[in-house]
Every structure is written in C-alpha cells, then in structure tokens.
Design a protein around this ligand. Sequence first.
Ligand SMILES: Cc1cc2nc3c(=O)[nH]c(=O)nc-3n(C[C@H](O)[C@H](O)[C@H](O)COP(=O)(O)O)c2cc1C
Length: 453
Amino acid sequence: MTGPTVLRFGVFFQGVNFSTVWTEPESGSQTDFESFRRVAQTAERGLFSAFFLGEGLRLREHLGALHQLDVAGRPDAQTQLAALAAVTERIGLVATQNTTYNDPLDLAHRLASLDLLSGGRAAWNVVTTDNAWTGENFRRGGYLDHADRYRHAEAVVVATKKLWDTWDAEIAASAAADAWTADTPSELVEVDTGHYRATGRSRLPQSPQGRPVIFQAGDSAEGRDFAARQADVIFSAHSAFDDAKAFADDIRQRTLKAGRPAGDVKIFPGQEFILADTDAEAEEKARWVRRKQVTPQTAIAFLENIWGTDLSAYDPDGPLPEIDPVQEVSGETRGAGFRAAQAKATADAWRERAAAESLSIRELVIRLNSGCGFVGSPSSVAATLQRYADAHVVDGFNITPWLIPSGLDDIVDTLVPLLQERGIYPTEYARDTLRENLGLASVGRTQEARRTA
Ligand SMILES: Cc1cc2nc3c(=O)[nH]c(=O)nc-3n(C[C@H](O)[C@H](O)[C@H](O)COP(=O)(O)O)c2cc1C
C-alpha cells in the first residue's frame, strides 16, 4: 500500500446512553428531528461519509427497572434516515437492522426503498442482536443461539443481496412503469435459513449504487468471519492504536481466507473526540465530560452490572461494596461491555484498584471510562490520526459525539481542515453514492451502466 490511508468519518448518533451528555444547556433533544438534522448537516459540511443509527428494539431492564446505562429514545432508523435523506445530499445513511427478528424480504424492500429514495446513499449495518429479552417483542418463543444466529444472518444477507441484484438493469434504466410489468424484472429468490423459509422477488429497481452498502457490527470469531465474507465495512469497537492494528490484521487475514482482497472490508471503529485549543485544556475538558457522563446514579448502575444486585444503598462517593457479586458470570441484560464477565474476578480487580488509588465508586467508574477517545488540541489529534493513516490500521472513525447536536462543530471546523492539509482526509465528496464515496468496488451492472449510458 502506498501513501497514508485517506481517513473517512462517520457519525454515530446514539440516543440516550451514558456517553452522551444530555444535561447541559446546549444539549438538544434525543428525539426531535432538529437534533438529527443539525448533526447530519454538520457532518455533511465536514464531508463525513456516513450518518449512522443503531437499533434497540426493546428497552433493557435490570433488577426490575429500566436500565440506566442503556439506549432509549431512539426512533426507528429507516424512518429517521428517510427524513434525513430529504435534507442532505451526499452523506451516507446507515441503518442498523438485526437479522434475527426482521423478516428478510420485508427488510430488503425497506432498505432498497431508502437506497432509491436517497439516490444510492443507504447502508445496512447488519447485527444479530445478542439478547433473549428482545425476542419477547416478537412472540418467537425464544431466540437463536450464537452460532445459529450467524448462520441465519448469513443466509439472510446472501438472499437479500441476491434479491437486490436480480432486478434487470435494462428495465430499471428504462424507468418506464409499464416496462416493469411487461417483462419479469426480477427473479424469484428463496430464503432458507433453517429457521425461516420464504420466497419473493424484488419489487424495486436498483439505486445508482447498485444495492445498499453492507456494514457489520459483532466482534466474535463468527461475527468477524461473517463480515470477511459478506460486509463492505465493519463498525468495530477497537479504536486504541495497538488494538486497532491487531483487529485490522485479523480481519485482513480472514478476508483473504474468504477469497477476497485483504483490504476489501473497510474498518471504522467507534471513537469519541474531545477537542480544545490546547492539550491541557482538552485534558481538563475531558475530566469535566467524564464527570458529566458518570453521574452518581450511573456509577452505581455500572457496578450493578457486575454485582447483579441492588447497590442503591451504597454511597457513590464512598468505597466499593465489600459484599461479593451474587452471580459468577454477568448476565445477558448487562450490556455489551459486561456480558459474560467473570463477576467475582472483576469485582476483586476493581476493589484492588480502588484501594490502591484511593478511589470512590464514582471515581473508579470515571477512571474505567477514561483513556478511550482522542483528547487534545486539533493539531495533536491530527497528528494522532496521521499515525493511524500511516500504519493503515483503520479506514476511518465512526465518531460518537458526547454532546448533541453541537458535538461535531469543533471537529468539522478545526480538525477536518488540518487533516485535509495533511492529505489524510477527503477534500470533496468523490461522487454521489455512498459506495463510491467510501471507495468501494462497484456491484452489479447498474452503477457502471448508468454512468456510461
Ligand atoms: C460496535 C458494535 C455496535 C453494535 N450495535 C448494535 C445495535 O445497534 N443494535 C443491536 O441490537 N446490536 C448491536 N450490536 C451487537 C451485535 O448485534 C451482536 O449481537 C453482538 O455483538 C454479539 O455478537 P458477537 O458475539 O459476534 O459480538 C453491536 C455490536 C458492536 C460490536
């Protein structure tokens, strides 16, 4: 590979969770369209590749109450992105949609609709969803185990791509309504996942990017192999340099093994940026942000994930509980960071650290959540990003703003120009579609055929 990677940015609008600060005077609403519009248009001003929404189909419950650390107030991604398509022109629109509970043919149609509506800017972030309680929304009588979920997911994605690809490009290009029915424009596709069986055909022509871009999020060996075979982009949780490098090496090997060129799957870790005029000011700001993120209640809820019991009687400014967790391994409703953690060992390690550094519960939780994110002046953070670009360990970052809706302003106004000066960030949108703007190979016939037509 010659020269540094040209990095790209996405923005992950998260909704209510503990990493976004919703209590400041500048904080907007997590549901008003204005917040989404402002973030998406700022991102587009900064030439971001993608605006990204997660999916949470049920509010997480913990100890009989709604879980304090979980995401709430999140509108349906496809509806939200369809509205954003109307007020943006170039930015990609990424909808997280799980394969376990969505019906594939219906999902394919809705994503194709978003792709068409947005002029070829849609992407599907494929997740499998890791919890049984979400299944309670769907009357399916439980949910699939881990390996089955990925087998099912792959069959769904393969069938969906086939469905999208079978629309006859010539008929699509004619765009004449009667031509759609005079001929059979699409083939009948069978989906058979072992758990689900259906047949159907595409009802829509392809968008200018051929079909929606496929993102993937899911970190197990099965998840990574699935991405290596099927995805265009991975949304990863590996942003620290060494971790990002190890992850990229692993994915490239898996991609080669899947018979694709090593760099075919782009990697975008989620990442928080905290900027200020100087490094010292940024460090101070980061300390302030952490205290806003980790409220006294958040600190207790964080510990309850591991202890598995009500700790509300404990003082967040006091020492860690002396009682042991009531569970060996943390359960499934505890959130991704805690799932299957060795509860007793984790509690012991946290107590040891708190004692050694004289930390209260809240201070410990703040420490546990510090150290991630890029903190510094724009020029320092630009230098950090140059290191990633030179070493080719990521293709970009999916930025998680700690403040909505103004959290991207300083990134766009101060960091992006410095990255452009360094030649490691785009200076314009290359083309109109997300696939092209991410530098992905074209798919199907439509994209090229249309360009030369
Ligand atoms: C970065 C990242 C983002 C994710 N976002 C979502 C999401 O928005 N909605 C969801 O239901 N699951 C989400 N997941 C969870 C995946 O659906 C998957 O169930 C989980 O990671 C377990 O699979 P794994 O064992 O392969 O990691 C996400 C996972 C990762 C790593």
